[in-house]
Design a protein around this ligand. Sequence first.
Ligand code: PLP
Length: 413
Amino acid sequence: MSETTMQRGTDPATAALLALDAKVNAPIYTSLPLVATRAQDVWIWDLAGKRYLDMMSAYSAVSFGHAHPRLLAALTDQAGRLSVTSRAMHSDQLAPFLATLVEMTGQARALPMNSGAEAVETAIKAVRKWGHTVKGIPDDQAEIIVFDGNFHGRTTTIVSFSSHPEYRAGFGPLTPGFVSVPFGDIAAVRRAITPRTCAVLIEPIQGEGGVIVPPAGFLKALRALCDTENVMLVADEIQTGLGRTGAMLACDHEGIRPDAVCLGKALGGGFLPVSAVVGSEALMSVFHPGDHGSTFGGNALAARVGHEALQVLRDERLCDRAQTSGALLTALLREAAHPAIADIRGKGLMIGVQFADGIDAEAVCHALMAAGIITKVTHHATIRLSPPLTIDADTLRWAAGVLLQVLDHFTAA
Ligand SMILES: *Cc1c(COP(=O)(O)O)cnc(C)c1O
């Protein structure tokens, strides 16, 4: 970020905070020059008291809105009772949480972790061990097929198969055992399968990659191919899961059940890092005591909040609301047929708006911020419109109007 952008905060408190951050924070992000201090439902306030509509929801981590009253109550109640014990003992919170989780996802067992990347790492360990012990792939030979443009997190193993050079550069030696093929290309997956293939790992909609939706029928074809070839299908639904796309899981749109699903982000109710792999008995039973673990994974506080989050999702019919709200927002933008908009993609409230050539998407985000809307750019000159699923129709209409107005300035210029 340039110095001038950094200094744009006019009030002294904001300027001081941005200056301190620039000095002590490891410079891994180009954040908007906004210092958030409070948030409620779909709104965030900055230090100067200005209110913004949150159109990012922390990449779905805040899908239920900021400080959801039921989730806040569960968090504070549980924090005063029991939070962290380690898995050296059981808690009265974990098994009930996982029972609801496997029931709502149609899977057999769940393995709780904290961050999304840890859930993906867990799935990688599971399918490799399955490949070795069940499929009979020689040890150290298992291959996992992934997709160009993927995003699965930032650990060394996960960035090893990223197709974004900047995610990998300088972080080697990288982890082998991954083969990347074009997203949505079933023939390419078929060609890439060998007797050493243990799994295919896919985001049902690529989020970071630019909100890319695969061709209709692709997930179904992938499921059939994996069945024929005795290959595990792992869906990374860390961003797409838990109602974001208008269904419990994005895979539900094609009626397929993966062998394992990675969940995270929204699972923490907007309060905590809570992730999990939910999977079939055949896959999850490869794990034995000592194989894997996490000090904080599945702690009582995380389990209570995660459990409440699942109940809020169900009780507030947030899948249906994401479906309806996403259709409304998409229709408002499509009807406007704005010359600055080249493409609108997505499902439910996971929407990407790609701009026409020559429109600076970063500059649009800064103009939107000035107009009271927060969002960020993904790849391919695309911004995300992914508000909390709790957003109402009037707020969506307001947001669409503001976006179109802001874009007028860009086309006029
Ligand atoms: C965010 C994300 C991850 C990584 O989750 P972290 O909690 O940041 O580690 C993995 N996969 C997908 C699809 C994501 O969107």
